[in-house]
Design a protein around this ligand. Sequence first.
Ligand code: SF4
Length: 433
Amino acid sequence: MRTKSLKKNKINVVTLGCSKNVYDSEVLMGQLKAGGKEVVHEEEGNIVVINTCGFINNAKEESVNTILDFVQKKEEGVVDKVFVTGCLSERYKPDLEKEIPDVDQYFGTSDLPVLLKALGADYKHELIGERLTTTPKNYAYLKIAEGCDRPCSFCAIPLMRGKHRSTPIEELVMEAEKLAAKGVKELILIAQDLTYYGLDLYKKRNLAELLRELAKVDGIEWIRLHYAFPTGFPMDVLDVMREEPKICNYIDIPLQHISDPILKSMRRGTTKAKTTKLLHDFREAVPDMAIRTTLIVGYPGETEEDFLVLKDWVQEMRFERLGCFAYSHEENTHAYTLEDDVPEEVKQQRAAEIMEIQSQISWELNQEKIGKTYRCIIDRKEGNYFVGRTEFDSPDVDNEVLIDAAKHYARTGEFTDIKITEASDFDLYGEPV
Ligand code: SF4
């Protein structure tokens, strides 16, 4: 039974996975709009494009389930066409074509022009820097490079995103200017490895220079750094962070583990001593910097001793922000040649123990904020609260500042000084001053 309700084609882009996928979906939507197509993001549409994630098991499962949901809707005549792109499709295209043949077509991560063709639009090179952002209008992701040259043993990203390619500074500044013209005040810089920026294009690590140029863009008030890498960290970035008020005193640097045998097996190119020194250098250079990290527990061969080393270190380093994930055994990665010998329940138990420690640390650090006033950006109103963030908090992953909407008013999309009156482990409560 085919429904006749939808007259004009409407393309619904569905984004799964990380901020880089959000960025890619926004570029696709910008091209479709310029091609005269009606395009929406995660709303009703008779043509669906699913931008998938293929990073680890949980993410892959979510992607497959989303594909199956839309194939079911196609079966029921609710949607007419289902297209799949992104990392899962890049990594498993032949298998997916065999196992879920009802998808109209599968595309890889660098197939934008072909995907556009299938949707009846042509790729327009002149649109570089143009996209339809899907984030609240006050912030936007800025992808400064694609791919990764690192050999991390557990990681499938280089298989899905290819070698590292930096985007030229001029193009990124132009893109930032266009975003600022649309009201974006905060740029969140993303890549697979932010600190590798420029090595391919300029034969040197050039993140500091990029930051200085982006800081010149009128209208942009906050620039935030995500996905730094410890080995070969460009220390001049810390000078820019200290000197340039627009660069948030914030850095996201996934460290994955700290026990030397595990770091060696993970091929991270660093040691406990070097990593600890780097973090001390961060704190010395920018004393109030908020450091976010991500850890993996349950990696092949991780002993109770390795885990104790990690636990003690997390306790000692007192990260402002920390996420911890159970190791996922990924085909075609180097670690896949190792035995996945840590039982799943032990992996989950270890991840829970680390987050238990972190929630206590986060609670203690948040108590110190009570009575202090912070410049906050207000992202949205949700239920009884206006929801904002300090410069030490990135969207979706860090603390939020909650302002009681029954007592106070805060303008969405604008900066407001907020005095913190109360704090929990992962949220702050405050009032405008
Ligand atoms: S730097 Fe990140 S994206 Fe690159 S291989 Fe390592 S974990 Fe993967």
